[in-house]
Ligand binder design. Structure first.
Ligand code: PEP
Length: 252
């Protein structure tokens, strides 16, 4: 059985005070609920991580960072290393989100370095891939996703790969309200799993959680999560409301 996961990417939203309130509301909202073995993860901004880690430490919630440095330590002003994140109580790191790839020019090579740092620190990467609308319109979406997988992940040993969570996030669906249809999501997730199977073997591929991201909300999560190769969601906007976020997790 693959781990089902719903992770909330808060992006650059909330103050520490309102972030703590949101984390507390998610924690309280989950009390007494049985979520069919779904792992819920919160990914607040760096500044909030330690304080939110303290709030959720006795709960089933996981804590993720939205990014990390490509270097281990040293003279890299403004960067936050994977070891620092581990020491702040973080368990997961989102890598390669399309906003990082697009606005901060993160390329495959840099992401390989970041992935290495995350794994060295004993953290779990949530590795994001996905095509732009233009790629899909030109029929290049499978080739593009395949190249992101190959350049970003295929160098991993099977042992390291076993620690990776993948998030398929079509860029045209992120923050736009344009969700991929369940069929589009399933088609790509099945393709990703086939590629993983060719690279790491069927057993490893079948054990890998592949999340869907892109305007996923409580009203469409059920159909998306019902697809055989969709193991959960990476949720942006809809994770900023505790009730909505919990309802998404209840959609399995
Ligand atoms: C995201 O940023 O990972 C995301 C999926 O955003 P949204 O849900 O807002 O489209």
């Amino acid at each position: 059985m693959r781990q089902k996961i719903v992770a909330g990417n808060w992006k650059m939203n909330t103050s520490i005070a309102s972030g703590l309130e949101l984390a507390q509301a998610v924690k309280t909202g989950l009390e007494g609920k049985s979520l069919n073995d779904v792992k819920l993860i919160l990914a607040p901004p760096f500044t909030h991580l330690h304080a939110i880690g303290e709030v959720i430490k006795d709960s089933p919630l996981g804590l993720a960072a939205q990014n990390t440095a490509s270097e281990k330590s040293g003279a890299y002003t403004g960067e936050v290393s994977a070891e620092m994140l581990a020491s702040a109580g973080v368990g997961y790191v989102i890598l390669g989100h399309s906003e990082r790839r697009k606005y901060y020019h993160e390329n495959d090579e840099l992401l390989v370095q970041k992935l290495t740092r995350v794994l060295e620190a004993g953290l779990t990467p949530i590795f994001c891939i996905g095509e732009e609308l233009e790629d899909r319109e030109k029929g290049n979406h499978f080739a593009l996703v395949k190249s992101q997988l190959k350049n970003g992940l295929f160098h991993c040993s099977p042992e390291d790969f076993a620690k990776v969570i993948i998030a398929y996030e079509p860029v045209w669906a992120i923050g736009t309200g344009l969700t991929a249809s369940p069929e589009q999501a399933e088609e790509m997730h099945a393709f990703i799993r086939e590629e993983l199977s060719a690279a790491f073997g069927a057993e490893n591929a079948n054990a890998c959680s592949i999340l869907y991201g892109g305007s996923c909300k409580a009203s469409n999560a059920r159909e998306l999560f019902a697809q055989p190769n969709v193991d959960g969601g990476l949720i942006g906007g809809a994770s900023l409301q505790a009730d909505e976020f919990i309802r998404i997790a209840e959609s399995f």
